[in-house]
Design a protein around this ligand. Structure first.
Ligand SMILES: [Zn+2]
Ligand SMILES: [Zn+2]
Length: 277
């Protein structure tokens, strides 16, 4: 793990790509006017993203978290240490339940088709505000993973990137459904992107001051990611006006692709290690 700010340009680059995908998602809705093709494409991206995120949490982030928290401890001591990390994970999960679904009156991923839910003018802003918290932690996840090492960072970045376009699309569609202008819809999408970037920069700056910042940021943001994958994206996959099992299959494809990528990058890592050693 590195603590200096030398990694900041690299982190900013990946943060900017993720934020850019939010904007592209908003533009797809506004420019194409929720074109059938665009909507269909994003549905598959949501399913693929859900599979990638679930796999990233369980075969990438959690093993790294356990290793950070146990260090050289073993047995009862190690189990005791892991309780702290898992409590942070639970807290990360619950904070999104609070902001997206307890405080906000109405939120779901995908095209907003319930304008009646946004009769109260502030309702759309509350929904976007909840998503703002979630996207901030998208950025935290990306930066924390890169600070563990480049391999973990790249895999977590790809997993999160896949749902960034649908996310921008969701924000723009909430704004339009509540009667806001296209310009306001695009501004809200830009704000969501900016929150992602703020999460990346926040972790990088914190890690420069507090050596162990990553150890806390990683499980907490994993809890957020778990919520997004299992409680926001999967319901969107399952909720189809016309039953469409192919979208559901894409979740499994996402998990399989992530696993292959994980193996492939591990293999390349091993090869370079051999050559350097
Ligand atoms: Zn709705
Ligand atoms: Zn997100």
């Amino acid at each position: 793990m590195e603590s200096n700010l030398g990694r900041l340009p690299e982190l900013l680059l990946f943060g900017m790509i993720a934020a850019g995908a939010n904007l592209v998602g908003g533009l797809v809705l506004i420019k194409a006017g929720a074109h059938r093709f665009g909507e269909r494409f994003l549905k598959y991206l949501v399913a693929l993203g859900a599979g990638f995120m679930l796999a990233a949490i369980f075969i990438e982030i959690l093993p790294e978290t356990v290793s950070l928290w146990t260090g050289s401890r073993s047995g009862e001591n190690a189990a005791e240490a892991v309780v702290g990390a898992m409590t942070l994970l639970l807290a990360g999960y619950l904070i999104i339940q609070l902001f997206e679904h307890t405080i906000a009156p109405h939120f779901h991923f995908g095209a907003e088709t319930h304008p009646e839910s946004f009769m109260r003018p502030s309702a759309a802003y509350t929904a976007v505000g909840g998503l703002f918290i979630h996207t901030f932690f998208d950025g935290v996840s990306i930066a924390a993973a890169f600070l563990v090492n480049f391999r973990v960072g790249l895999l977590v970045f790809i997993a999160i990137l896949l749902h960034k376009m649908p996310e921008g699309f969701t924000v723009a569609s909430i704004m339009l459904a509540s009667g806001r202008s296209q310009k306001k819809a695009l501004l809200a999408t830009a704000a969501i992107g900016a929150a992602t970037l703020a999460g990346v920069v926040g972790v990088a700056l914190l890690q420069a001051k507090v050596q162990s910042a990553v150890a806390y940021a990683l499980p907490f943001s994993a809890g957020v990611t778990l919520y997004v994958a299992a409680s926001d994206l999967i319901p969107e996959v399952n909720h189809n006006e016309e039953r469409n099992p192919t979208v559901s299959i894409v979740v499994f494809v996402g998990v399989a692709l992530f696993y292959l990528l994980h193996k492939l990058i591990g293999l390349l890592d091993g090869l370079t290690a051999v050559r350097l050693g």
